[in-house]
Design a protein around this ligand. Structure first.
Ligand code: PXG
Length: 289
């Protein structure tokens, strides 16, 4: 595998970062996870925009333009023949001292990995996920804003640990006020009748790119789609619940905190959105040429 590091494609064994990199020492950096389908990078411009917005929010200047970043991703996919894969973009603060001061880090590290994708087994899509709400609340927006896709994922990892220790693969995270925010690496949607709702970013959700696409597909299919604050009651009494994310795409949730959702199987709207999202993802994107 060839890894993109600061303008060069290097063999995997040479793709190394310093132990003084603040990405490692402090989780000081930002990232993106992107998919390629059929030789095209899905929503590349949107992912690159979110990466630059995350960097801006932490006062990290990415040493290249957005256009340059798009070209670098395509070049890395091409070098690795990543036609259906998972692309990880990472920008760290770079090498500094052992102290916190980010302004002593003079050179941000830009890393692009084009790898294979580890998909959830098809059975999980057929049967749906069982999930739980956990005690770890989503980061307060004035601490590390959940809209920043930062390298510090401990908040989400702590929630994931709680879910796994309860025998579930995903967790529903609430914000400090008790409103539903999102899952550890996915956004959450609730269907009630013809109304499809998802928590707004200010509830503590990452503005997911899959989320955006699914909202558009659902609106075009005649559903009343919106962002609303919701609590656990809304989850327990929903007709359907599903999660969205780059890795998971659209996946049904059939059980939350032991309450069966709907009839305990992924619902028809979830299935329709799962199918139409895949169809759309496979038919668009930045060509890898
Ligand atoms: N919320 C959080 C906290 C995320 O990290 C999403 C929602 C979904 O956003 P997109 O834009 O992907 O629709 C994410 C992103 C993985 C993995 O390998 C997934 C994410 C992040 C890091 C790793 O499963 N999801």
């Amino acid at each position: 595998m060839k890894i993109y590091m600061n303008g060069k494609l290097v063999p995997e064994r040479d793709a190394k970062v310093s132990v003084f990199d603040h990405g490692l020492l402090y989780g000081d950096g930002v990232f993106e996870g992107i998919r390629s389908y059929n030789g095209r990078v899905f929503k590349l411009e949107e992912h690159v925009k979110r990466l630059f917005d995350s960097a801006k929010a932490i006062d990290l200047e990415i040493p290249m333009s957005r256009k340059g970043m798009i070209r670098a991703v395509v070049r890395t996919c091409k070098a690795n023949k990543t036609m259906d894969g998972y692309i990880r973009l990472v920008v760290t603060r770079g090498v500094g001292t052992l102290g916190l001061n980010p302004y002593l880090c003079k050179k941000p590290q830009v890393i692009i990995i084009a790898a294979n994708i580890q998909l959830y087994p098809p059975k999980l899509y057929r049967d749906g996920l069982r999930i739980v709400t956990v005690g770890t609340v989503r980061n307060h927006p004035e601490a590390v804003n959940p809209r920043i896709k930062s390298l510090n994922y401990l908040n989400n990892i702590l929630a994931k640990i709680e879910a796994m220790n309860s025998g579930c693969m995903e967790a529903v995270m609430l914000n400090a006020q008790g409103y539903v925010a999102e899952a550890t690496g996915d956004n959450i949607f609730v269907l009630k009748g013809k109304k499809l709702i998802t928590p707004p970013p200010h509830a503590g959700a990452l503005p997911g790119i899959t989320r955006d696409t699914v909202m558009r597909i659902a609106a075009e299919s005649g559903y009343d789609v919106g962002e609303e604050m919701m609590n656990r009651y809304d989850l327990y009494t929903a007709d359907e619940v599903f999660l969205t994310g780059t890795a998971a795409e659209v996946i049904g949730v059939v059980n939350i905190d032991k309450r069966e959702i709907g009839d305990g199987k992924p619902g028809p709207v979830t299935k329709m959105l799962e199918k139409n999202f895949r169809k759309f993802a496979k038919s668009t994107g930045e060509p890898i040429v």
